[in-house]
Design a protein around this ligand. Structure first.
Ligand code: ATP
Length: 483
């Protein structure tokens, strides 16, 4: 009974929120932000000591210079985004994002002159990237004012303000800024209770329409909750569930949504993240086929095991596990369902084609590998040479055949590193006239080496002479002399 009333409440409230969305709701709270209502800053906290402790000398120097340049230009500059949040959490983060109340491009030009750096402006977005000589980058944006520039609305202020810029952000923990101008360097700007939420381990939206404004935030809420082991706030969870129930996720910008899902899949604990997405009904609301059922969960566990095994090989290769998990979900679905799911992400034609081509390659490779036991190693190597590492690890995770696991693991740990020593130059020296036959002979030599038929350059040469005998008259006088 109570539950029924609750559900009804959700719908009514969300209906109301939606109705308010384009007029009253946003305008009112937005005006509140402009006037500074209900957003007392309280005690000013200065974290310059923490910055000294956590940030490296170069970043500190760049930030101080940015503050000086802003001061000289009559602007105010702020450090914003994930780095501020992570500073307070004492976590390392290398993404330096600045916001200036002023012209970001002009500011970036002056800053880059001062830092002897390059600048890459993006006029359309009024942003710039400053690139230091050692490759270190920082992003600079002008404080946003977009709410004012909506059709018909008169701009109330000329310049964007940091407060508006922060108000557009997703969660209070991401809506903190640090002042960089020399008079206030290190002061935290906290209009929305971000510091308190960091302390309480809470992910909280800034206003009731946040998930309506941008449904990708539904997945982002879970991403941050899981990343920091926080909890989505009670009211925020209520709003999130309302938005999920109403299918807002389908309105999200597809590629960004996929990206957020991949970020969770690349995180430290993707299974926990997906359990939570599942629990909140997020996956099923995207597509019933996305539901995190026990079969998919088991394959995820297998992917984790296989990935750990791969890491133990200590190769200089870091496969994208997010892709492995994502394709695992897809390959457990019928072709029809997975194409429907892929369609939800509105990817570009070429990207869609490359994803489906990969699925086809994986399926075809698994079929071929069913006969791995009866095939020479060279054939397995040739087959797997065409498949990328992520997909090989996925095949190992998906297959039920011991022989397939054995073949792929042998390839990954040994076969793919085997290289013949004989080359075209060597063949010429042996007296073989250059021509299309070279490719064939060299490939055959490679196969012989993989199969263990030959194990040195001398053996390779002997083997080639036996298997590709020179015709009479060929090779004379060329031995050791050809180029
Ligand atoms: P991480 O360190 O995990 O990448 P991050 O906070 O840097 O976290 P990004 O996705 O790079 O995450 O976003 C950078 C900043 O941009 C965020 O801190 C947030 O303030 C803002 N932001 C990003 N996406 C959104 C969004 N969908 N809605 C509102 N603000 C966003």
């Amino acid at each position: 009974m109570l539950e029924g009333a609750d559900v009804k409440g959700v719908i009514t409230r969300t209906d109301l929120l939606e109705a308010m969305h384009d007029d009253l709701g946003r305008t009112k709270s937005f005006e509140g932000v402009v006037k500074g209502e209900d957003t007392p800053q309280g005690k000013v906290r200065n974290i310059s000591e923490l910055m000294k402790e956590i940030l490296d000398a170069r970043t500190r120097r760049v930030l101080a210079t940015a503050g000086q340049v802003a001061e000289e230009s009559g602007y105010r500059a702020y450090l914003v985004g994930g780095l501020v949040r992570d500073l307070v959490l004492r976590r390392r983060n290398l993404d330096v994002d600045l916001v200036v109340e002023g012209d970001a491009i002009e500011f970036s030009r002056t800053l880059s002159r001062r830092l002897k750096a390059r600048v890459r402006p993006h006029r359309k977005f009024k942003t710039a990237v400053v690139i230091l000589k050692d490759g270190f980058k920082l992003d600079v944006a002008s404080a946003r004012t977009e709410y004012y520039e909506a059709p018909g609305a008169h701009p109330m202020i000329e310049r964007g303000s940091i407060k508006l810029d922060l108000y557009r952000r997703d969660f209070s923990i991401n809506a903190l800024a640090i002042r960089l101008n020399p008079d206030s360097f290190g002061q935290v700007v906290d209009y929305f209770g971000g510091l308190r939420d960091l302390k309480d381990h809470t992910v909280r939206v800034l206003h009731n329409l946040s998930f309506v404004d941008d449904p990708t935030r539904i997945v982002r809420a879970v991403r941050f909750e899981q990343k920091f082991q926080f909890r989505i706030g009670k009211h925020t969870e209520y709003l999130l569930k309302g938005a999920v129930k109403r299918g807002y996720l389908k309105r999200a910008q597809g590629p960004r949504l996929l990206n957020e899902i991949l970020v969770i899949l690349r995180s430290e604990k993707p299974i926990r993240g997906f359990d939570r997405l599942h629990e909140l009904g997020i996956l099923a609301s995207l597509h019933p086929g996305m539901a995190f059922d026990s079969r998919t969960r088991k394959v995820f566990e297998q992917v984790e095991r296989i990935h750990s095994w791969f890491q133990l090989l200590f190769l200089d290769e870091e496969p994208d596990v997010g892709e492995i998990f994502f394709n695992a979900i897809m390959l457990l679905r019928s072709a029809e369902v997975r194409n429907e799911i892929l369609g939800l992400f509105h990817l570009s034609e070429p990207r869609q084609r490359s994803i489906t081509a990969r699925w086809d390659t994986i399926s075809a490779t698994m079929k071929e590998l069913a006969y791995a036991d009866e095939q020479p190693l060279s054939r397995i190597a040739r087959l797997l040479d065409e498949v990328q590492t992520e997909d090989l690890l996925l095949i190992m995770s998906l297959t039920k055949r011991e022989s397939t696991v054995k073949a792929v693991s042998l390839y990954l740990s040994r076969l793919r590193f085997i290289r013949r020593e004989l080359d075209g130059k060597g063949l010429r020296q042996m007296g073989y006239p250059p021509g299309p036959i070279f490719r064939k002979v060299l490939q055959a030599t490679q196969d012989a080496r993989v199969d263990g038929v030959v194990n040195s350059l001398a053996e390779e040469k002997r083997w080639v002479r036996e298997n590709f005998p020179l015709e009479k008259g060929q090779g004379k006088g060329k031995k050791g002399g050809g180029k």
